[in-house]
Write a protein that binds this ligand. Structure first.
Ligand code: HEC
Ligand code: HEC
Length: 361
């Protein structure tokens, strides 16, 4: 543990951990690397925050550089007071690198709940930020920032916002309040163009307001990042995915469900087929040799031990995204994702094959 230190130093600690020299933010803090941050979860006394993040009731500035989220125009240095974190089980989003920042009013704390049905309380003034970058696109090298998403707790409720970065990566502009999903055409290093969709406000809410306790999905039960130690009013109850798994392959599959499925599939919305829970205690029992709901978009058995291609879960996550997919299942997750997650495909395949082995658990 560090002794009490001024906040500015804390931010620098986070930067050193996340940013190998010469890399832009996003590359250094990507999901896949499994980095741990040394001790960025400190808040300290006094208020280091500047700009809009220190006054979320004010209208959002048109330019991201005026929000206080980053200390520089290019979004390389998190703004004063930023806490950098990575959720335990990140959402896979078309292979983009993501950087997440948390800003909180001085001395404010998040109150976790032990009861899964109870919302975690985020104090008014909490700002959560997620910036997406892609490597080597549109003729630029390294991490190219595409969009910065914001969730902020105002006294009247949660605010959603999106800033879209300009082609030089020097500034990002606020999308207007009722913005819609916007497809972009980007070019990869080989000169091939591909589509990348900036989600609209409805898509944000489709995921973040799926029936769960709060719209915050990455600082939640099953998701508490180890580096966030001092932001809670009391330690969250331990929630270890591995405790519900019998093998490493099963742990990986259950972790994937937490990050990518269980914010909809959590048993809370009984009017939808997403009602079947994929939360760690339920996921195995609700999938292995279980038929899809009669009203689902496709008929099948969710997991057939030993047969990935014959399993509706694998079909929905992997096969249903192919242009020539002959089946009826909707691709999962149904929003915000344009491409198959190769790590999910591998993890699900491994788990389902293992379930079919004669000495499987
Ligand atoms: C496909 C579902 C999906 C869509 C669409 C989506 N999000 Fe998220 N978002 C998530 C998940 C899951 C997390 C937590 C896991 C992670 O960060 O990888 C998250 C994390 C975040 C975070 C960090 C705080 C948190 O909740 O953990 C912010 C900020 C955010 N999203 C804002 C937005 C905004 C604004 C939009 C719309 C422009 C949006 N998101 C669209 C699923 C989605
Ligand atoms: C944004 C909310 C949302 C997310 C995220 C989501 N689903 Fe779904 N899912 C639904 C809805 C709504 C349905 C019902 C529509 C249908 O049957 O196609 C559904 C249906 C399904 C079905 C078929 C119905 C059944 O009874 O089995 C499967 C399988 C499934 N989801 C698996 C997944 C998996 C695996 C993930 C994570 C990769 C996932 N879903 C993520 C909302 C979601």
């Amino acid at each position: 543990m560090f002794p009490v230190r001024p906040l500015a130093d804390t931010v620098i600690v986070a930067l050193f951990v996340c940013l190998p020299a010469g890399l832009a933010v996003g590359a250094g803090c990507s999901d896949g690397g499994g980095e741990t941050h040394d001790d960025p979860g400190k808040t300290g006394s006094g208020d280091a925050r500047t700009g809009w993040v220190a006054d979320v009731e004010a209208p959002l500035p048109v330019w991201l550089s005026e929000t206080g989220i980053y200390a520089d125009g290019t979004g390389t240095v998190p703004g004063p007071g930023a806490i950098v974190y990575v959720p335990t089980h990140p959402l896979w989003s078309n292979g983009a690198d993501k950087e997440r920042l948390l800003f909180m009013p001085p001395d404010a704390r998040i109150t976790p709940e032990d009861d899964p049905a109870e919302p975690w309380a985020f104090p008014v003034g909490t700002v959560l930020v997620k910036s997406f970058s892609l490597d080597d696109v549109d003729g630029r090298t390294g991490a190219v920032k595409i969009e910065t998403r914001i969730l902020a707790r105002r006294s009247a409720g949660w605010l959603y916002a999106l800033y879209h970065w300009n082609a030089d990566g020097t500034e990002a502009a606020l999308a207007r309040a009722d913005w819609r999903a916007t497809p972009l055409r980007l070019m990869d290093a080989a000169g091939t163009t591909f589509e990348y969709t900036l989600p609209g406000r409805l898509e944000c809410r489709g995921c973040h307001e799926a029936p769960g306790p709060t719209p915050v999905l990455g600082i939640a039960r099953w998701q508490v990042p180890a580096e966030l130690t001092d932001v809670f009013s009391r330690p969250p109850a331990p929630a270890d995915v591995g405790a519900f798994a019998r093998t490493p392959a099963e742990t990986e599959a259950l972790g994937y469900f937490v990050g990518n499925c269980a914010y909809c599939h959590n048993g809370r919305d009984t009017s939808e087929n997403a009602a079947f829970s994929l939360e760690p205690p339920d996921a195995v029992g609700n999938t292995v040799e279980q038929e899809t709901d009669s009203s689902a978009s496709g008929v099948g058995v969710r997991v057939v031990p030993g047969d990935p291609e014959g399993s509706a879960v694998f079909e929905a996550v992997v096969l249903a995204r192919a242009a020539d997919y002959p089946g009826d299942l909707k691709p999962m997750p149904p929003l915000g994702i344009d491409r198959v997650d190769p790590r999910a495909a591998q993890a699900l395949r491994r788990w389902i094959l293992e379930l079919g082995e004669t000495d499987a658990p």
